[in-house]
Write a protein that binds this ligand. Structure first.
Ligand code: ADP
Length: 208
């Protein structure tokens, strides 16, 4: 997040003389409090400054990048997850390709019974099997999927940073959001590179 000139000046004043009231900051800058209000809002909402009633503004000690990092730790996968797109183990490779197109996703989760995670299929898994010349109308996805226990997952309480780290470290496009039920994983959602990119865009566009 980039501060404008006036916000930088406010930050300097508060760093040097905080705690300091909004009234005093306005006087120092020869501006009205109303003029400063949007800047003060940005500085406090972003966590750079903190405000205490009857005390005034003081510097939180956090740089803008630290504030950004804190947010990535604080936001949980439960807040940003998408609906998971699932197929059964008996689903054919052909139907999996069709599902990917219809649902407009790059990763399918294979489930058994009541939404219990069994496998993952990516676009390249599907492309690879088409090279083998097999009949994709007969072949079930269970033959080509990456299966448990080799699936990288996140929980609802994991941060978006944890999800992003897993996606990067394991070179995958998405992770299922799961809940443990009787030593198995129930699939509750999906966090993909798109969800992570969306946060990046929202932060950038909101100045905060
Ligand atoms: P693509 O291969 O289409 O670029 P990915 O990078 O997501 O997509 O997949 C790479 C490989 O990793 C594939 O074989 C896929 O089955 C597997 N994979 C995808 N997501 C996961 C996951 N969450 N956990 C474990 N393996 C996965």
């Amino acid at each position: 997040m980039e501060l404008n000139n006036r916000q930088e000046r406010i930050l300097e004043i508060v760093k040097q003389d905080g705690p300091i009231t909004g009234e005093q900051i306005a006087e120092r800058l020869n501006l009205t409090r109303a003029t400063l209000r949007p800047d003060m809002a940005i500085l406090t909402m972003s966590g750079i400054l903190e405000a205490r009633p009857r005390v005034g503004y003081f510097y939180s000690g956090k740089s803008p990048s630290k504030v950004f990092a804190d947010k990535l730790h604080r936001i949980k996968t439960s807040e940003i997850k998408s609906v998971p797109v699932v197929v059964s183990e008996q689903c054919t490779v052909y139907d999996a390709v069709v599902t990917m197109f219809i649902e407009d996703v790059g990763t399918l989760f294979v489930v058994k019974g009541d939404g219990i995670l069994d496998g993952v299929i990516s676009r390249k898994d599907l492309l690879k099997i088409t090279l083998g010349g097999q009949d994709i109308n007969k072949l079930p996805v269970s033959v080509i999927m990456t299966r448990m226990p080799n699936i990288i997952t996140v929980t609802l309480e994991d941060s978006v940073l944890t999800a992003a780290e897993k996606i990067i470290n394991h070179e995958i496009d998405a992770v299922p959001v799961v809940k443990t039920v009787n030593n198995e994983y129930e699939v509750l959602g999906r966090v993909s590179k798109t969800n992570i990119t969306r946060i990046f865009v929202e932060f950038g566009e909101s100045d905060g």
